[in-house]
Write a protein that binds this ligand. Structure first.
Ligand SMILES: [Mg+2]
Length: 301
């Protein structure tokens, strides 16, 4: 499904000038956003018709896809990869799938393709549990990108992050996070205004490095892959589909994610709960989380 999503994104870029539309007054979106979400929803529904799926886009793609949705399978990933998980029965009504079909749309429009990801998160009883993250491009030069689609996936209760590199799609590999140095690298929003808004926090935290990176999924990946130790975003603006997949994968490496009140996020179907409130801190480990949150948010001890 992720590879098809990547192909739709690539085709949109390859065929013509990307048409940008605006939703909710100021948020840009493209045909690729709508098409990818429709394909993922149809794909999931073909396997689990009764699952509740909440996606970022409201529009539905009415055209035809040039591949067969029937070819999606449940058995692509062996259960052996998750052998540490206890087998439990889950009521389908307790599961929600959260989709951001094209995370980093602004960057996509600007041509910063390394920021673009597709996010599929699964919450069970209000907690993020599974994350699937598609990343398609890596930067080669200033305006040059390599198309190297990859799909990362993990279960929050199982200490492995797996990935499939589509140049070798039959082999699932485990991603081993490199041990990072004794330093604190924080990644945050690419926008200048966010940097100004967070300056008061960064002045207190005194990180060794601040990386401004596009896309929520891409920032989670920065922490998961070891380029950053913390994803800092103490500001409104994000929604649960931006974070569910990333949080689940982060927890599988032992990471911690909390809102600015030191609370875990709850993933619920009530629309009024879909935003991420005043933002969050997502760290590679509890020690870094304590260090950052204690310094920034007085009530977090
Ligand atoms: Mg999006």
């Amino acid at each position: 499904m992720i590879l098809h999503a990547g192909n739709v994104i690539k085709q949109t870029l390859d065929t013509a000038k990307v048409e940008v539309k605006i939703k909710n007054g100021h948020e840009p979106y493209t045909e690729a956003d709508v098409k990818v979400q429709t394909l993922i929803i149809k794909g999931i529904k073909s396997l689990w018709p009764n699952l509740l799926i909440i996606g970022e886009e409201e529009e539905v793609f009415e055209g035809k896809f040039d591949f067969n949705l029937e070819e999606f399978r449940k058995d692509l990933v062996s259960n052996d990869l998750f052998k540490e998980l206890e087998s439990t029965k889950v009521n389908i009504n307790d599961i929600i799938v959260w989709i951001d079909p094209l995370d980093g749309t602004s960057e996509f429009i600007q041509g910063c393709l390394e920021s673009v990801t597709t996010l599929i998160g699964v919450s069970i009883k209000g907690e993020s549990k599974m994350g699937i993250l598609g990343k398609y491009y890596t930067r080669k030069g200033k305006y040059d990108f390599n198309w190297i689609p990859k799909c990362y996936f993990a279960h929050s209760d199982c200490p492995h992050v797996y990935y499939v590199d589509y140049s070798d799609p039959n082999h699932v590999k485990e991603f081993i996070r490199p041990n990072s140095e004794q330093r604190l690298a924080i990644c945050t929003s690419k926008s200048k205004s966010a940097l100004q808004r967070f300056k008061k926090y960064f002045d207190i935290i005194q990180p060794d490095q601040i990386l401004q990176v596009g896309g929520a999924g891409n920032k989670f990946l920065h922490v998961i892959e070891g380029n950053s130790d913390c994803y800092f975003y103490a500001s409104p603006g994000l929604n649960k589909w931006d974070i569910c997949a990333g949080e689940a994968i982060l927890k599988s490496i032992g990471g911690v994610m909390m809102n600015t009140l030191n609370e875990k996020f709850k993933y619920e179907k009530d629309k009024s709960t879909w935003t991420c409130g005043q933002g969050f801190v997502a760290c590679k480990c509890p020690e870094i989380y304590l260090k950052v949150s204690q310094k920034c948010f007085e009530n977090n001890t």
